[in-house]
Design a protein around this ligand. Structure first.
Ligand SMILES: Nc1ncnc2c1ncn2[C@@H]1O[C@H](COP(=O)(O)OP(=O)(O)O)[C@@H](O)[C@H]1O
Ligand SMILES: [Mg+2]
Length: 153
């Protein structure tokens, strides 16, 4: 198990990091994106999608309501999934995520840790955190700082 840690200071830096990280995400992969609302999970996906030539950063938006966004690139099909509104195994089943798992697939799942199955099956976990929350009021960091930790099995 390998862990890498990064700090970014703006959304643009997180997008750039996503572009770099895409090199670790050759399909097939199941990637869990962890972190509070506004941590930067969707922002990171913008860079990943760009690196796979699957979408431009502006075209990647939160799948909060549609639950799954698909971006197709020459080497991989990206599925950006948001399980924030999914609570029961039954609801999860309805999404049919099993049908998306394929040789060319990269599943990027926000709030996947709500379901044990994804904790077990994930290949890579990317955890994003506001640095401020860790340092407290007197910390010197800006509200745009994010701590990003990547763990791969
Ligand atoms: N360093 C940073 N990395 C990522 N997003 C940042 C950063 N600094 C500020 N932001 C802002 O925080 C918000 C992150 O939103 P989003 O990526 O949708 O989060 P999530 O998907 O985790 O809920 C965006 O408005 C983004 O512009
Ligand atoms: Mg999001």
């Amino acid at each position: 198990m390998a862990t890498q840690e990064f700090v970014t200071h703006s959304a643009e830096e997180t997008i750039a990091l996503g572009r770099t990280l895409a090199g670790m995400l050759a399909p097939p992969k199941l990637v869990l994106l962890r972190g509070d609302l506004g941590a930067g999970k969707t922002t990171l996906v913008k860079g990943i999608a760009e690196a796979f030539q699957a979408a431009s950063a502006e075209d990647v938006t939160s799948p909060t309501f549609t639950l799954i966004h698909e971006y197709r690139g020459p080497q991989a099909n990206l599925y950006h999934i948001d399980l924030y509104r999914i609570d029961t195994p039954r609801q999860l089943e309805t999404l049919g995520l099993d049908d998306l798992i394929a040789d060319k697939s990269v599943l990027l799942i926000e709030w996947g840790e709500k379901f044990q199955r994804f904790e077990r099956e994930r290949d890579v976990e990317i955890a994003l955190e506001r640095v401020n929350e860790k340092l407290g009021e007197r910390g010197r960091s800006s509200e745009n700082d994010r701590h990003i930790r990547i763990t791969s099995t």
